[in-house]
Ligand binder design. Structure first.
Ligand code: PEP
Ligand code: MG
Length: 608
């Protein structure tokens, strides 16, 4: 980085070099732009004789900066010095943290049939006919204007962002939202919006950022959908290997409802958002050019060797089937035993519960072998409109009916979670502000209605109710008294209900003796506990904490030792196969994890 200033123009500049092998791509650019927007001065970026506004995501992305490129940022006007310094630091940190997905080492394999080589996105074997991408278009009447469609799309991206528990996946939706905001600012009709997208995507063609073109297309499809123009993929009913030039990140969700066995993409990159999501969903996939191959031909996709066997011989099929079988056995072993209790080698029984958001995820969790609900995140139940009391009772009842063992958490709004019908104050540091149980002071009527609905739905069933973000004993006592008053007001018997807290705030650690006197149980929320232990915002774009830090394990150990009530863990750490052995050693007897990881969590426990 070089720093220089011009006295006469009162502008300050710095040279920044792209060090990440991924280039200066959508996600870091989105984060850089949002940092730049915080300063009042004019900020521009220039490269190769072209100067653009560095507060505009599209313009900055349009520079197509790749690894090794050096560009200049110039800040002019009020707070130019602070802006330049902060942005230089932001950029350096973004480059430093932007890890390149390394190529998966290929296994060697030999086949008798003709093979096409590809790059591995996600490993696995598939044997199925090829199927070339097809789509259908639907037109519906809608009264939404272009601006309203953009607003709806932006809200949709917001809730997609909130529903992702994996940071990497969540940042995709955040970046797309920034992109949408920036495109919307520059266009006032769908036509203008489309034109902008065409211009920007043309600039990315042939560059290392080409794979991000799908993000632009994804945004366009999302806006068009709200304007009544919908595009849907068409799939065969039986197993198939999908061949496409590329897929939009949002199409991966559609794919999950199909019989897809594997995916071959011609034009994506290992770092594209589509590739990230294919990996997250565990779909065997390759980057390879197979557009010329005939549809319906059965092929072998060997995602370990990075090969497509286009005319497999009998021996090839045999070999692939054997590998497929071996893979299946490992998975099946875990899945087959998913309904069995999880016992450690010493014979200790560990309860494996699920984190769910609604009745669908509760039923999925049951199907995956969960033994109950360890955390019902109620804030995701009604995302659009304020539910009535009756709607809440119906929903809770349906969920409570799925299992005997139920822990429901009262609304945890605030921080990074917002609901359109709950007005929260604008805060400088929302993670340290009105959040979780603190809503009892600002929105008591909402908590009262929720508690009344939970009590009514539970009827005589024994359930646990827990309060989020509790930091003092008084907060818990006040919440419990509030619950008791609510029950008395509506004449409901709550002798069947236990009350506990989420341990997310480190202060609880120093108050355990007092908490032991009043709570019935604890559930450790390691996601927030880690954020508050390290003072690193859990959604921070560049700062990251080490999930497996001894600090977190020491805190959990301390909590377990000082508690005389049951302690479970419901943060992401509970499903981390590397953390489970230590958690069990510490003495944790209940883990609450996402539905998808239940079989694997149980199998990990069995090997401890
Ligand atoms: C946690 O903080 O670990 C937790 C489980 O709660 P959430 O992720 O919903 O904040
Ligand atoms: Mg939390």
């Amino acid at each position: 980085m070089g720093l220089f200033s011009s006295f006469f123009s009162k502008s300050l500049s710095a040279d920044l070099t792209v060090t990440s092998g991924n280039g200066f791509h959508l996600r870091p650019v989105a984060q850089f732009v949002s940092a730049a927007k915080k300063y009042p001065c004019r900020i521009s970026a220039s490269f190769n004789g072209k100067e653009v506004n560095a507060k505009g995501l599209n313009s900055l992305l349009g520079l197509s900066l790749e690894q090794g490129d050096t560009f200049t940022i110039t800040c002019k006007g009020k707070k130019a010095e602070q802006a330049l310094q902060a942005l230089t630091e932001t950029f350096t940190s973004l480059m430093h943290k932007d890890t390149e997905v390394s190529m998966i080492e290929k296994e060697s394999a030999s086949y008798e049939g003709f093979v096409i080589t590809g790059e591995i996105i996600y490993e696995g074997i598939a044997i199925a006919p090829l199927y070339h991408y097809k789509e259908e278009h639907f037109h519906r009447k809608t009264k939404l204007s272009f601006k309203e469609a953009c607003k709806k799309s932006s809200e949709e991206l917001d809730s997609l962002y909130e529903s992702q528990r994996v940071k990497e996946n969540a940042s995709i939706y955040l970046a797309q939202k920034e992109l949408l905001i920036s495109l919307k600012e520059e266009s006032d009709s769908l036509e203008a919006f489309k034109e902008k997208i065409e211009t920007f995507t043309a600039l990315l063609l042939g560059t290392k950022l080409e794979s991000k073109i799908t993000d632009y297309k994804d945004i366009l499809q999302r806006v068009e959908k709200h304007l009544g123009i919908e595009t849907k993929m068409v799939f065969p009913e039986s197993a198939f290997i999908l061949v496409a030039d590329d897929l939009l990140p949002s199409q991966i969700e559609q794919l999950l409802d199909s019989a897809v066995s594997a995916v071959i993409l011609g034009k994506t990159s290992l770092n594209s958002h589509t590739a990230i999501l294919l990996r997250a969903e565990g779909i065997p996939s390759l980057i390879a050019d197979s557009s010329s191959l005939t549809e319906n031909t059965p092929v072998i996709l060997d995602g370990y060797a990075g090969l497509i066997v286009t005319n497999p011989r009998d021996k090839d099929f045999q070999k692939a089937k054997q590998r497929l079988e071996a893979d299946r056995k490992i998975l099946d072993k875990a899945r087959e035993k998913r309904f069995e209790p999880a016992l450690t080698k010493e014979g200790k029984v560990i309860k494996v519960l699920a984190n769910v958001t609604d009745v669908i995820s509760a039923k999925q969790a049951k199907e995956e072998g969960a033994e109950g609900i360890g955390l019902l995140r109620t804030e995701f139940l009604f995302k659009e409109e304020k539910p009535t009391f009756e709607m809440q009772v119906t929903s809770y009842k349906k969920i409570f009916d799925v299992f005997d063992d139920i822990t429901v958490r009262t609304l945890d709004v605030g921080g990074d979670k917002a609901l359109p019908y709950i007005d929260l104050p604008k805060e400088e540091n929302p993670f340290l502000g009105i959040r979780g149980i603190r809503l009892l002071d600002t929105h008591p009527e909402i908590i009262e209605e929720q508690l009344h609905a939970i009590f009514t739905a539970a009827d005589t069933k024994a359930i646990r109710v827990m309060f989020p973000m509790v930091s003092t004993v008084e907060e818990f006592t006040k919440a419990k008294q509030f619950a008791e008053k609510t029950a008395a007001k509506y004449k409901v018997d709550i002798s069947n209900i236990l009350f506990g807290i989420m341990i997310e705030v480190p202060s609880v650690l120093f108050l355990m003796d007092k908490f032991n006197e009043v709570v019935d149980f604890y559930s450790i929320g390691t996601n927030d506990l880690t954020q508050y232990l390290f003072a690193v915002e859990r959604t921070h774009p560049t700062l990251k904490t080490n999930d497996l830090s001894p600090v977190v394990f020491n805190a959990i150990q301390e909590l377990v030792e000082r508690s005389d009530k049951p302690v479970s863990i419901c943060g992401e750490l509970a499903g981390n196969t590397k953390a489970i052995p230590t958690l069990l050693q510490i003495g944790i007897k209940t883990l609450s994890v996402s539905a998808k990881t239940i079989a694997q969590t149980k199998e990990t426990i069995r090997n401890v």
